[in-house]
Design a protein. Structure first.
Lengths: 430, 291, 274
């Protein structure tokens, strides 16, 4: 028994020492010189791009060092809030990645976290206007756009052909035509054209942005009841689901499964979804991509939209703001070489328009029947209407996501939207 | 110093490390959140609300919170009794010295709570999917005419959550019962058997009364756990359809980290949850903690 | 029906029931193991047959993530939390029951409220506190908030109820002081409870996610749950790799349980006499 106690005490001591021994450094923001710390997620995409950017920047600034901490967006958001609420700004890294949809919210709620980049030499005019808009608040710029969330419509060409259609029949079309043809394809092949999460707002948001519409008016007040755009988007969504043209699933993995397993014959989402599409190598050469259907008779309606995407922010607490901005400007906002490096290895597309002219963007992609899809998507990206996200974007998504579920279950559309607006207004009350 | 006083002081000394740690790591932050629950604003710009009870006043006008509250109590009332009775039965069965493969059975039944949420929520969703195993089986047996979308309909989605909770936590509670059963003198059983008591009688007349302190503990813990339920709502159903399965803690998380963070309101919700758990625990202790 | 036949049916029922429950419980682990040997497409097609991708998934995981570091960090965190929690909470639980007075009975209820508040609420003040102490990214900051839990104190307090108090009196008469009674009499007798508490605390600390994720902001201190979360954060999730990581992070808890289950289920009641 004595041995047991002795062993316990020794162990306790060892652990206590191990615990105290750990260097208690905060975020590395205070480290002057030429080392920067970055927070971002997705090793195959953002982390890879950052590493490549560091390589390119080292040619200009040989002493440059980059420390990248991997952290998912949800967790990064939690950390930003925790740091802001507790006033411990020194815990921030020098640079962090922010989802485009959440950028305005974070800057408006926690302006003290963000360095104002307006007066630095970031070439904003060389980026698509809609991506710059995400990180622009009150005419000031707070982010360097990176990830391209341009929406694409991808189709299984073999299934289209089985029903007597080609990709051209789905290019530059309206939603009415889309629904007509989708019904025909379902009847002939038994395959729905789309899938999506039940109550998931991705598709609705894509539809709204394609018309340049938002859940809010220009002053940031809820604009749901009587919003013609939302009403139209709902109608399309309900038609898709109730006619069996869109399969509703309950999670992301099931969603990926619907096209990887050939249950559905098409996908509409941000272009990053193509990474998951290409996982099914038995569907090699069977896919084609084109622009989205558009709403007919709506002013401002386009074939282009976006979902997701993200931009780099620089922490105001960084002791190296100049270096951080220069690094981002010289790479993400100024290096064709950099964008060429990340295109094939990560499928990361440029928002920086000069990169789109590079030859590598025009190389044919065998998975997509030798079509140079990257040039195509870059072209789409320049045509996306901007939309207002604001502080309460996620609340609005939440409220309207519930409304669509209720409408599909048989509730009256106008009443559901009225309830959604009430809920949203309730959440906006401080 | 008399003996009584010295005993009393020793008692406090035993409590001291734990009490200090709880004060430092729980009560101090709780006090700060309590102050926060009267404030409103974001980031460094928190200010006291006008009127002071603004956040608390909001709560019961909040439709989503009311829905979440109902969901939580639905889970609590149905899931906790089933789970604890099942855990007790399993523990009694596994306590049998003549049972073969006891170690394997015990480990297997404990496994679910060690299994990562990521994989188990994926499996549950797959099983209950429209084309999933459960639908296929029910249609084949003839219980259903056509596949039913369990997770997109609120009543059935809630039942899936309850099944998932029972699956995950029964083995966990069994562990405490197994440990508790060790402290029951085997002779008590032998004596009862000689008196002609059957297994059911042994269970209700000896096992349950003697395990009462531990049963009380698991009831309090499960009540607390269910009212603070987060994982299943978040991972299995994302709170949907239309908040039909969302829990209070999940809503709290949304208010804190998904929506434009409203920590004053979130803190107020927390203290409401705490009061509810505390009242229930107090009732349970009054009923179950007789000496 | 004869007594023997009845018993045989009872036995058959017992084994069938336990086997069925065990199979249901093991299935997800089996699924996870199978998934870790397959590619994403096959997993999403619902395969239940082991595939050939295990080595590829393992290579991908080892190259892409610091899995050994994360395992080590998780282990250090979980082991130190468990050890400290067991000592501190069993002292308190014992104190509550053995030196039972009206006052500390009331205090028990007060202590219990500490577990009734959702953690998301106390997280921000805690973060501020640790940041001001300069303990961001420190093991100490990870473990301190979870070493004194009302639940464990209650578990030990409730279990102490069945601890024969006459042993304490006898030991006092033998001249043992209070602290040695605790270490020499209480701990050995209550080994089943300690084993159960150890299993549960280890598991809780091993799987703890929200707090470590907030307080740890570098790659060196990353834990397994953080690593798993990162694997699902990208645009494209490789489910084979994800399931392999999940499997690896499940195994330690299962081992701890398996090693300890004998001591909490086949307790050593004899130790009291020895």
């Amino acid at each position: 028994m004595k041995k047991f106690i002795a062993a316990t005490l020794v162990l306790a001591l060892v652990f206590a020492l191990a615990a105290c021994d750990t260097p208690a450094t905060g975020g590395d923001a205070g480290d002057a010189g030429s080392k920067l710390t970055v927070w971002c997620w997705d090793p195959a995409f953002n982390l890879f791009a950052m590493e490549e950017a560091a390589k390119v920047y080292k040619q200009i600034n040989p002493g440059f060092e980059l420390d990248i901490v991997e952290i998912g967006w949800d967790d990064l958001q939690t950390n930003l809030i925790t740091i802001a609420m507790s006033g411990q700004l020194q815990a921030l890294p020098d640079i962090f990645l922010v989802q485009n949809n959440a950028f305005q919210k974070n800057v408006m709620n926690y302006p003290e976290l963000f360095a104002d980049l307006t007066d630095f030499s970031v070439p904003y005019h060389q980026f698509g206007p809609s991506v710059v808009a995400y990180s622009t608040i009150g005419g000031r710029n707070f982010g360097v756009p990176f990830d391209n969330g341009a929406a694409v419509a991808a189709y299984r060409l073999d299934i289209l052909e089985e029903a007597g259609y080609t990709l051209e029949d789905f290019t530059d079309i309206t939603w009415d035509t889309y629904i007509e043809q989708a019904k025909d394809i379902l009847a002939k092949t038994g395959k729905p054209l789309l899938s999506g999460g039940a109550g998931d707002m991705d598709l609705i948001c894509i539809l709204l942005q394609s018309m340049g519409a938002s859940f809010f008016d220009a002053d940031g007040n809820p604009d749901i009841v009587g919003n013609e755009y939302i009403s139209l988007a709902f109608d399309v969504y309900v038609q898709l689901v109730s006619n069996g043209l869109m399969v509703e699933v309950n999670s992301w993995d099931e969603y990926i499964g619907t096209f990887n397993n050939g249950i559905v014959a098409g996908v509409i989402n941000g272009c990053w979804i193509l990474g998951s599409v290409q996982q099914a190598d038995d569907q090699f050469g069977l896919w084609g991509i084109t622009n989205l259907p558009k709403f007919s008779n709506v002013s401002g309606a386009t074939h282009y939209s976006a979902n997701g995407g993200s931009s780099w922010a620089v922490a105001s607490s960084s002791s190296n703001v100049d270096l951080a901005v220069d690094f981002l400007t010289q790479t993400f906002g100024g290096s064709i070489e950099f964008y060429e490096n990340i295109l094939f290895a990560a499928g990361a597309l440029a928002n920086w328009l000069p990169a789109g002219e590079s030859d590598v963007y025009n190389e044919p992609q065998p998975f997509f029947r030798d079509v140079p899809i990257y040039a195509l998507i870059t072209e789409f990206a320049g045509l996306i209407p901007s939309n207002y996200t604001g502080v309460y974007y996620y609340e609005a998504r939440d409220a309207i996501g519930n409304a669509i579920v209720l409408v599909l279950a048989g509730a009256d559309k106008d009443e559901a939207l009225k309830d959604a607006e009430d809920t949203l207004r309730f959440w906006m009350m401080q | 110093m008399n003996l009584y006083k010295r005993r009393n002081l020793t008692g406090w000394a035993f409590l001291l490390p734990a009490a200090l740690m709880i004060c430092w790591m729980s009560f101090w932050p709780m006090a700060q959140s309590f102050m926060l629950s009267f404030q409103t604003g974001t980031g460094a710009r928190m200010r006291y609300a006008e009127p002071l009870n603004l956040n608390y006043g909001r709560i019961f006008n909040d439709r989503v919170f009311i829905q979440a509250l109902q969901n939580n109590f639905y889970y609590l009332l149905i899931q906790v009794p089933i789970m604890l009775i099942l855990a007790l039965i399993l523990a009694t069965m596994l306590n049998n010295k003549n049972l073969k493969f006891r170690g394997l059975f015990r480990t297997a039944i404990f496994l679910p709570c060690a299994t990562s949420l990521v994989s188990y929520s994926m499996i549950f969703r797959t099983l209950f999917a429209f084309n999933g195993f459960i639908n296929t089986a029910l249609v084949r047996v003839g219980i259903l005419d056509a596949p039913y979308n369990f997770l997109t309909n609120a009543p059935s989605a809630r039942i899936v959550i309850i099944i998932a909770l029972i699956w995950r936590w029964t083995g966990y509670n069994m562990v405490f019962y197994l440990a508790g059963l060790q402290n029951i003198d085997g002779n008590v059983y032998e004596a009862a058997k000689i008196d002609g008591a059957g297994p059911v009688r042994l269970f209700t007349r000896i096992t349950v009364p003697l395990l009462r302190p531990i049963i009380l503990l698991t009831v309090i813990m499960s009540t607390n756990g269910t009212l603070q339920l987060f994982d299943e709502s978040f991972n299995l159903t994302s709170g949907g359809p239309a908040n039909g399965t969302i829990t209070m803690s999940h809503y709290l998380y949304n208010v804190s980290f998904v929506h434009s963070a409203n920590f004053g309101y979130a803190s107020a919700i927390s203290f409401v949850i705490m009061s509810m758990v505390a009242v229930l625990a107090l009732i349970q202790m009054k009923v179950g903690d007789k000496r | 029906m004869s007594h023997a036949a009845k018993r045989r049916i009872g036995t058959a029922f017992r084994y069938t029931f336990l086997s069925a429950v065990s199979l249901l419980s093991i299935f997800p682990l089996y699924w996870m193991a199978v998934a870790s040997t397959n590619r994403t497409v096959d997993i999403l097609r619902g395969t239940l047959i082991p595939g050939t991708e295990f080595l590829n998934n393992l290579r991908f995981l080892l190259e892409g993530q610091n899995i050994t570091g994360a395992m080590r960090n998780s282990f250090v965190n979980a082991a130190s939390t468990t050890l400290a929690a067991l000592v501190i909470c069993s002292l308190a639980g014992y104190g509550f029951e053995v030196y039972h007075t009206k006052n500390n009975d009331r205090m028990k209820i007060v202590l219990l409220t500490a577990m009734m508040i959702p953690f998301a609420t106390t997280m921000i003040p805690l973060f501020r506190m640790f940041a001001q102490m300069g303990l961001l990214n420190a093991t100490l900051a990870v473990i301190l908030p979870s070493i004194s839990t009302p639940f464990l104190i209650m578990l030990f307090r409730q279990s102490t109820r069945s601890f024969p108090h006459d042993i304490i009196e006898a030991a006092r008469l033998d001249g043992l002081n209070e602290i040695s009674i605790f270490f020499r009499m209480f701990i050995p007798t209550m080994r089943p409870t300690y084993a159960a508490a150890m299993t549960i605390t280890f598991m809780g600390a091993w799987n703890n996610f929200l707090w470590p994720r907030v307080i740890i902001m570098n790659n060196e201190m990353m834990t397994m749950p953080m690593l798993v979360a990162n694997l699902t954060a990208g645009y494209v999730t490789n489910y084979g790799v994800l399931m392999l990581a999940v499997l690896l992070s499940t195994i330690p808890t299962v081992i701890v349980f398996f090693l300890l289950q004998k001591s909490f289920a086949e307790g050593i009641t004899g130790a009291v006499k020895g």
